[in-house]
Design a protein around this ligand. Structure first.
Ligand SMILES: [Zn+2]
Length: 382
């Protein structure tokens, strides 16, 4: 080994998860990913490159690797390992996986996808790979998400989060499954007439046995109704109810709960913003900016409230447009593998023109809900 080498005989190496090996010629391979194709070629015909790479793909210590090749190839094997390591084609791995064998095989393709990103998350245990793909999956596993509204969108979001591996999902929706819900949601006709938040447990068990779902069993009316220890609250009722948004915004600020929302606005849908209390613009900041910019906004909100209060049906497709985008953004928020697209942003998509927009949303310093004067003052009289 060279004097400045930072590899040891006892180190265990593995080809970075994101690479698939493609053999081009006897001692020529390509490391292929969704965005790269890197050539590896050894001119020495007697070098057992295929054997070395196959073992590195499974994961092997340098010591064991050296003992598997003829003596005359050993020093070149060290050079190859060093070079692959420097080029970040192989990585050092920890022998102690933090996900079960069953989870590793269940999420295999997804972990490979995450291996294209660098984790910016800290874990309590050592991260096994430089990319942190396992750490991302583990973070998803230990996330706890509360979904309010389990209709077309919410039920799909619950299903999606379960399939991605979120173990703790809490659902809130007292309404009953209707015939129409069975056309486009996740509900089977045998659930018609039953409460959505109760039957979802069976549905998610079918999706992923690892999911631990529980119904909230109460409507969120004040801060004490927010489940303890949730990483994210998702508000996605099928109809946009301005008063409920106002209430959830206030409660999430009080309880320091991160939340994201979805709105079906007839011909378009909106996702976000993802609100980090007192860090990003809150929903009130958004509404105030909107009413400042659009004189008709307050009228629009009043008429929308009227529609909700009187349960007026204005028509919508039997589809759940955007639920998959919302799921993707939730996973970004939970793991930080990439920044959430709705961080200080609202994403909107027009169903007719297929135009999409990302509107930046800035905080309002004097916002009546999240402005500086709303941070709880220190109570010195206690
Ligand atoms: Zn605000």
């Amino acid at each position: 080994m060279t004097s400045n080498s930072n590899i040891q005989y006892s180190d265990k190496f593995q080809i970075h998860l994101r690479f698939q090996l493609v053999k081009v010629a006897k001692n020529e391979f390509r490391f292929v990913t969704i965005s790269e194709s890197i050539k590896i070629k050894i001119d020495n015909d007697s070098f057992p490159l295929e054997k070395v790479l196959m073992q590195l793909q499974k994961g092997i210590s340098l010591k064991s690797l050296l003992s598997s090749v003829p003596k005359l190839n050993q020093s070149e094997t060290i050079d190859v390992v060093e070079s692959l390591f420097k080029r970040r084609l192989i990585e050092k791995i920890n022998q102690n996986p933090t996900l079960s064998k069953n989870e590793l095989s269940l999420y295999d393709e997804q972990i490979r996808f995450f291996s294209n990103f660098y984790a910016s998350i800290q874990t309590d245990t050592s991260v096994q790979t430089e990319s942190g793909a396992y750490a991302i999956q583990k973070k998803i596993k230990h996330s706890k998400v509360c979904i309010i509204g389990l209709g077309k969108i919410g039920s799909k979001v619950a299903q999606g989060l379960s399939s991605i591996g979120v173990q703790k999902i809490i659902g809130s929706d007292f309404s009953k499954v209707t015939k129409s819900d069975t056309l486009h949601g996740v509900y089977h006709t045998s659930y018609i007439g039953k409460q959505k938040e109760s039957v979802l447990k069976n549905i998610l068990m079918q999706v992923n046995k690892n999911t631990k779902y529980s119904p909230l069993k109460k409507q969120i009316q004040n801060a004490s109704d927010i489940p303890k220890g949730i990483d994210l609250l998702v508000l996605c009722e099928d109809t946009f109810d301005p008063q409920q948004f106002d209430l959830i915004n206030q409660i999430c600020l009080e309880t320091n709960t991160t939340w994201v929302s979805y709105r079906n606005l007839g011909l378009k849908f909106e996702i976000g913003p993802t609100i980090y209390p007192f860090e990003t613009a809150c929903f009130k900041c958004y509404s105030l900016r909107k009413s400042g910019a659009m004189s008709s906004y307050d009228n629009y909100i009043a008429s929308q409230q009227n529609i909700v209060d009187n349960d007026i049906k204005i028509g919508s497709m039997n589809q759940s447009f955007g639920s998959d985008l919302l799921i993707m953004d939730i996973i970004k928020t939970l793991t930080n593998f990439s920044r959430s697209s709705t961080y200080n942003n609202i994403f909107s998509f027009n169903l007719i023109s297929f135009e999409s927009e990302n509107h930046p949303i800035l905080r309002i310093p004097r916002c009546p809900q999240c402005g500086a004067s709303n941070k709880k003052p220190l109570d010195i009289w206690q």
